[in-house]
Design a protein around this ligand. Sequence first.
Ligand code: SF4
Ligand code: SF4
Ligand code: SF4
Length: 425
Amino acid sequence: MSMLMNNEAALAQLSALTKEALEEKLGKREKAGAITAALYNSDMERRKDILLAKNPAGIIAGLCALSCLTGAKKAEIVSPCVADAAVANGLKAAAEKAGLALTLTEDDFVTKTEHRSDLLVSFEELAAIAEKLAGEEPKALYAVGDGDLAEADPAMTVKAFLESQGDVPEDIKGIAVDHAFCPAGALETVTLGQLASRSGVIRVLTGKDCILDRARKEILSLRKKSCGKCTFCREGLYQLQVNMDAVAAGRGKTTNFEMSQEIAEAMLVSCNCSLGDDAGKPVTTMMEYFRDEAEAHVRRKECKAGACLAFLQIYVDPAKCQGAGECAKVCPVDCIEIKPGYTALIESFDCTRCGKCIDACPNGAIVRTAGKVPRNAETAVRLKNAAAAAAGAADADDDEDDGASRSSARAGAARRHRTLRRPGR
Ligand code: SF4
Ligand code: SF4
Ligand code: SF4
């Protein structure tokens, strides 16, 4: 039976099973006041909510079995999905059939302190219990990127699972899962069961993904969801963000990494829910598996993937530029200098690396690079067909109704008296 299908068989089994029989199938459990079923707070993907809609009988069978084993008097399901009438009705109908007093709570957050005497379980655990009740071996639920959840043998390696779900990119450098990173080299040996992902969502990292940028995004998403009650989670995430932002902005030092690592390690053991437990992982796993790439942002001022804007350079290739100034018309900060008869020149100090000029240039003359700017691109050079280009640029300047042209003109007028040599960067 699939965990993603309504497990009526498990529900039917329950009435025939005594507590002893359940213990034999599922093992003994400690006493609990109530069973609370929810996704982990750190699971931002929320893909496994789908179990509530697809397998309400399995979820209720799991809750009933655990209530019997722990002596719990109450059962609660916490998820934003119960606001959906179809989902709520499916769960209520199954609970009524099993004689379970069920509470549905529309929320996406559960803390250990509020449920101190409860047994907290995930929807996947409940569906797995239902599988066992029906005499089946539960599978692992995983998805690659934005794909659908699929069932797989927990003994399958991560690499084999990725391949089963489609082509694995040649330049794969690892995966991101549950706010942690895992290097490509480990994927051939680590199994899905060992990965034990809470969200089940594996995101593939390639050469185009900057590990520092990914870590910053993970930290930001965790910070947005943190309820702020625990000092380590609240302050720790803030400090991690400040440190990683400094590195991404080109102001970083190796001490930013050292400090972040200490904070992250302390967070792993000091927080009150799964979100805090996972909050340090972007930094700890980045430093464990991708230290060179992360530290290159500090030691060599380099972002290999070209994702951190502070390390990007944008320049005009003099061999391709025709000087007519389409780029300057779209530049939001007026930092492209157009002078009749010369190639365009970007003032890199003011440039925000937005890339609008790249899209606007009809000649593909504007280059974005994570490496060095060629020397011949640091100065505007005289165009071979200077007369024609000067006429083109003058026409653009004369177009008073064109706001973008005005921007070009402003930049030109403000700088007309200045040398065309680029200021120091
Ligand atoms: S660990 Fe974070 S999200 Fe969880 S309860 Fe504490 S402050 Fe809130
Ligand atoms: S749009 Fe391209 S070709 Fe035209 S001036 Fe700008 S860089 Fe040169
Ligand atoms: S990247 Fe953006 S800010 Fe920089 S020169 Fe181009 S348009 Fe202007």
